[in-house]
Each structure stands twice: as structure tokens, then as C-alpha cells.
Design a protein around this ligand. Structure first.
Ligand code: C5P
Length: 218
């Protein structure tokens, strides 16, 4: 993989609904970076599995990922609890992770010329995808805070699900994402911990921006 030189690369890992996506969007806008929400790729594949049950195969996943357009990932219908579950199931599979790997590498290291660099968020971005990222953030929040945020998001999308169900499903997904064999979620020593439990979106961004500016403008 030929890497574009002198670009800003930002890698974020986080458990579900910790606010990583919100921060990634704010960072990408501020520094003009190409943004990829990698969870959406697993959701896309998770949905493919729900839709194709018997016809689901590595060949089908490969074909779909090879012709994947970012607009395919913007679909709000991917934001359901069932798809999140299916995503975390397919995400355990090494072959699936390998197929997704190439797509992510391209986004990380060859972002379109109009951008100053790239920012990816997910579970294994620091540990596997962009090990040499210029910035590495591990964003987290308490389980209850995350459940409340996700519950509010579902409510706004008119998804009928109770707070208790959201809490339970996040707990199950956390466990699965942290304990799986391939690409488990974990904080590396060289990543900066950002706990968003008691921080507003703005305060959190301010903190990240001050860290990034120090390095970029030094
Ligand atoms: O971030 P989001 O909640 O949309 O991700 C859905 C699922 O996709 C996660 O629970 C996780 O199992 C999987 N995922 C992953 N690696 C990533 C991003 C997401 O395994 N880099």
C-alpha cells in the first residue's frame, strides 16, 4: 500500500455510543480530514447477512465491499439494534475482517487529494488498521451514559426499544468486542484516553483540538 505522504492520520477506538463518531465528525470538519466510520462497514455486512441468510458467503461480502460506495454507509436504516448485533457477530470472523482491512487501508492512507488526511473510528483502528497514526485516541464513557445516549438516538429515529434493552445489548456487545480473538477492543499504551462521561461535545472537542494543535503547529 503506497501511503500519501505528509498527511494527518487520526485513529480512534471506542466502545459503542461513547461519542467517538461525534468527535470524529467534528475533527474531520475542523482539520479537513476524510472520515470513515468503520462500524458502518460491519453494520453493512451484518445487514447483508440478515437480508441474504442462506446466500450469505465470503464471496458475496468481497463482491459487495469491492464495489462499496461511502453513500451506501450513510443509510440511517443501518442504525438498528438487530443490525448492531449482527455486525458484532460477523465482526468476529477473521476472513470478514481481512476483507474489510483493505478498504480501510485505502481510506486511511490514500484519502482523496482534497483532504489533509484521514480519520477512522472503530474498535481495532489503533491496534490493527493505522498502527502508525499521528494521533491515537481511545474514547470511552460509562456504560449507563452510553446507553442513555444510544437510547435517545433510537428515540429520535423512531426505533421502538426500551432503555433497559439498549443497556443490555451494549453490555453484550462490549463483552463480545473486547473478548473476541481477532481485532478485540483494547486501549494501547500509546493512545490518549478521553472519557466523555462528564464532558459536553464541545468540551471534549476542545481537549482533543488542543492536543492535536500542539503537535501540528509545533
Ligand atoms: O461502531 P458500531 O457500534 O456501529 O459498530 C458495530 C459493530 O461493528 C461493533 O459492535 C463491532 O463488533 C464491529 N466493529 C468492529 N471493528 C471496527 C468497527 C466496528 O469489529 N473497527
Amino acid at each position: 500500500m503506497k501511503k500519501r505522504e505528509n498527511i494527518i492520520t487520526v485513529a480512534i477506538d471506542s466502545p459503542a455510543a461513547a461519542g467517538a463518531g461525534t468527535q470524529a465528525k467534528m475533527i474531520s470538519k475542523h482539520y479537513n480530514l476524510f472520515y470513515l466510520d468503520t462500524g458502518k462497514i460491519y453494520r453493512y455486512i451484518g445487514n447483508l447477512k440478515i437480508q441474504n441468510k442462506k446466500k450469505f458467503s465470503y464471496k458475496l461480502v468481497k463482491k459487495k465491499i469491492n464495489s462499496l460506495k461511502l453513500s451506501n454507509l450513510k443509510n440511517k436504516s443501518l442504525l438498528t439494534n438487530d443490525i448492531a448485533f449482527s455486525a458484532s457477530e460477523v465482526a468476529k470472523d477473521k476472513k470478514i475482517r481481512d476483507i474489510v482491512h483493505n478498504f480501510q487501508q485505502k481510506c486511511a492512507y490514500q484519502p482523496p487529494k482534497k483532504y489533509n488526511g484521514s480519520i477512522l473510528d472503530g474498535r481495532d483502528i489503533i491496534t490493527v488498521q493505522i498502527k502508525d497514526a499521528m494521533f491515537k485516541f481511545f474514547i470511552t464513557a460509562s456504560l449507563k451514559t452510553r446507553a442513555k445516549r444510544r437510547y435517545d438516538e433510537y428515540k429520535a429515529l423512531n426505533n421502538k426499544i426500551s432503555y433497559a434493552e439498549v443497556l443490555k445489548s451494549l453490555r453484550i456487545r462490549d463483552k463480545s468486542d473486547k473478548n473476541r480473538k481477532y481485532g478485540p477492543l483494547k486501549k494501547t499504551r500509546d493512545s490518549i484516553l478521553i472519557n466523555t462521561t462528564k464532558l459536553s461535545k464541545k468540551a471534549c472537542f476542545k481537549k482533543i483540538k488542543s492536543i492535536m494543535d500542539k503537535k501540528i503547529f509545533s
